[in-house]
Design a protein around this ligand. Sequence first.
Ligand code: LLP
Length: 417
Amino acid sequence: MSGFREFTYQNNELFVESVSLTEIADRFGTPCYVYSRSALAKAYREFDSSFAKRDHLICYAVKANSNIAILNLLAQLGSGFDIVSGGELLRVIKAGGDPQKTVFSGVGKSKNEMRMALDANILCFNVESEAELITLNQIAKDMGKIAPVSLRVNPDVDAKTHPYISTGLKENKFGIPADEAERIYKSAHLYSHIRFTGLDCHIGSQLTELEPFMQASNKMLSLLDKLQLQGLEIEHLDLGGGLGIRYANETPPSIKDYVFTLCASTHQVKQRLLIEPGRSLVGNSGILLTRIEYLKHTPARNFAIVDAAMNDLMRPSLYNAYHEILPVIRNNEAIRNYQIVGPVCETGDFLGHDRRIGLADGDLLAIMSAGAYGMSMSSNYNTRPRAAEVMVDKSAAHIIRQRENIDQLIATEHILS
Ligand code: LLP
């Protein structure tokens, strides 16, 4: 089983910490995301302790899972945040996160979002183009503020991951080529209301090798060297996120090895290290709990039609991603080859293909490793209210987001009068 020891069978029944998933389904209904507080805290502490004495800031990538209970837990543990919208900034603030520990990434920040972030006094804007820098300078000037900035450099490194989530190649829309970034840093005097405080990169997500991280960090160091020779005071080096997790048979580096590698490959510089992990903090801390509505056997296939669908967990449909699917109660049904599919009207609506498993009508299933990019990418397609979210803390299960209802979905729509 992938993930942490917080998801284990006890007498053939799957538990999250000390709470059975059957009990959670009975209390909160399905589909339902279930997170382990302990797994999340452990992952954060593993990142944090691996840095040892190195000056660092972990900026959790909010997009991976933006529930404010999760943000609040991370804030309590000392985490900073990496945001990509004004909405994520408001979530961080509402969750008690510190804007002074928050960096703002993304290629298309709107003027309004820039104003919100300047008002909140965030730690840094990770700027991705000269055009964005010019706009930010103007807005900061209008507000009588100085905007702290890192340029996001595109190091042209192959992250060897799914093309949709690879961001560090020169043909990707992200970042600024290193030589161009160097030119912009050197023209700092042109920007009266910008202060260059950092240097940033992010090469992709779900990386299962360390090599691309090292290549990127080497490129960043050589740029940092050049900037320092010019007398530019760079305070932090942000190496982005991207560490992969185990969904099936992948063997990603451990959090410890990853952090050790980043620290080792930057040992010669004094700058504070920032990282922006998302998936590796929350991915294996959550599951999606779903119930079988119907079993359907056709001459060609066996289908288990469950009450969760692509609108709840988009990753299988969008990236052909694999998530392990486990029965909540191990039974003695005949093992068959099943297609685990949702009720949405698309053949692309599946959660797992060709799973060998024994199933009965009404059984509960756990879609594993669904804590990252699960709920945060969910939608209301087919006018399906979004799932509930529950956080387990030892023997207690807390609702951290109510299931949506249909009235909420249509409340803001109007018929022409
Ligand atoms: N920093 C930046 C600037 C990012 O764009 C991302 C993710 C992260 C940090 C966090 O990366 P992580 O540590 O989570 O790999 N929806 C896709 C993943 C998209 C990642 C987008 N950027 C998925 O479900 O696989």
